[in-house]
Write a protein that binds this ligand. Structure first.
Ligand code: 2P0
Length: 329
């Protein structure tokens, strides 16, 4: 009889519409504020995990290549947490594949930790509910707790490990009318991870309190807009929230920014499309890429407008998926 235990799962990545930016507890990954995201159809991770009493250490293979860097160390620390939950000392071999179309740089820790958590849930028969799974994924990477759910997802900040997790927001099928366009901007400048960026900002930004003072209103405005299927209202709030997050970075000491001239070019095109009666609204994360939320009926117009400035391989459109985490047999 084999003592190996095995599980495989798929999780889609998510993009925050109301941003998670700053932690109240860095070790448990408890955020300073609630956040809301959409889960994307086109970008996902499939992860297979095998626990075996004969393994001498954890091992990570990503897209067919063995990984031994800091990212792997972070994952092995997460696996210690999983072993604690599963009451086992077995090491694991993890094989993960990121499904990200053509352009590089869009792989996400959100889909990675969501898929890994779900695969471990199966392998070790942890019987975790979606809420418990969301809490576990959060310990790997905060945004991962939102990737347990499809559609619109809200991460309730909570105040401790038990109370900090995501849930899905019922949008009554509105997701089917929406899509997100990615403008992939290659940037040579040195990358500041979201983890260190948000920590530096939380500790030093002159604008951080302002961010906290407004985010709850944004959350409730977004929920109202989803409830009423009011696209323009949703867009106005998310665009402002995203820019406010980037403003906190500029208020840090020393200041920094993730945005580059091409990011502003893409934002300007979005504005022009709006003026022409084809509304889309942008949001940016811990990098220069611009993501545009739009209604599907206006997607082609916006893509064509972007193609006057950007190459075809820099533009990727994705539907919003309503599919939650999936177990693969
Ligand atoms: C988010 N971003 O809500 C925010 C908004 C970017 C901007 O990348 O430290 O990888 O692992 O909890 O979840 C969130 O960064 O950070 C993030 P950790 P995470 O998606």
């Amino acid at each position: 009889m084999s003592l190996k235990q095995h599980g495989k799962a798929r999780a889609h990545t998510n993009i925050a519409l109301i941003k998670y930016w700053g932690k109240a507890d860095e070790s448990l990954i408890i955020p300073m504020n609630n956040s809301i995201s959409v889960t994307l159809d086109k970008f996902y991770t499939e992860t297979e995990v095998t626990f075996n009493p004969e393994y001498k250490q954890d091992r990570l293979v990503l897209n067919g290549q063995e990984v031994t860097d800091d990212e792997a160390t972070k994952i092995y620390r997460f696996m210690d947490l999983v072993r604690e939950r599963g009451n086992t000392s077995m090491y694991a071999h993890i094989e993960s594949v990121n499904f990200v179309p053509t352009a590089a740089g869009l792989a996400s820790s959100a889909s990675a930790y969501a898929a890994l958590s779900a695969a471990c849930n199966v392998a070790l028969n942890l019987n975790l509910s979606d809420t418990a799974l969301s809490r576990l994924a959060r310990r790997g990477s905060g945004s991962a707790c939102r990737s347990i759910f499809g559609g619109f997802s809200e991460w309730n900040k909570g105040y401790d490990d038990e109370t900090s997790y995501a849930h899905s927001i019922d949008a009554n099928g509105w997701e089917n009318d929406l899509s997100m366009i990615f403008v992939v901007i290659n940037n040579k400048s040195k990358k500041i991870s979201s983890r260190s960026g948000m920590s530096h900002t939380r500790q030093t930004s002159r604008f951080y309190q302002y961010w906290l003072d407004h985010v709850d209103d944004d959350i409730s405005d977004v929920k109202d807009a989803i409830h009423n299927k009011n696209f323009n209202k949703l867009g106005e709030v998310i665009e402002e929230n995203g820019l406010r997050m980037h403003a906190t970075n500029l208020g840090s000491q020393p200041p920094f920014t993730y945005l580059v001239p091409e990011s502003y070019q893409a934002m300007e095109i979005v504005h022009q499309c709006r003026e022409a009666g084809f509304p889309g609204y942008f949001t940016m994360d811990a990098g220069p890429n611009v993501k545009i939320l739009t209604e599907k009926k206006n997607q082609d117009y916006i893509i064509n407008a972007l193609l006057k400035t950007f190459r075809e391989d820099q533009i990727i459109a994705s539907d919003i998926t309503q599919t939650s985490i999936e177990i693969i047999k």
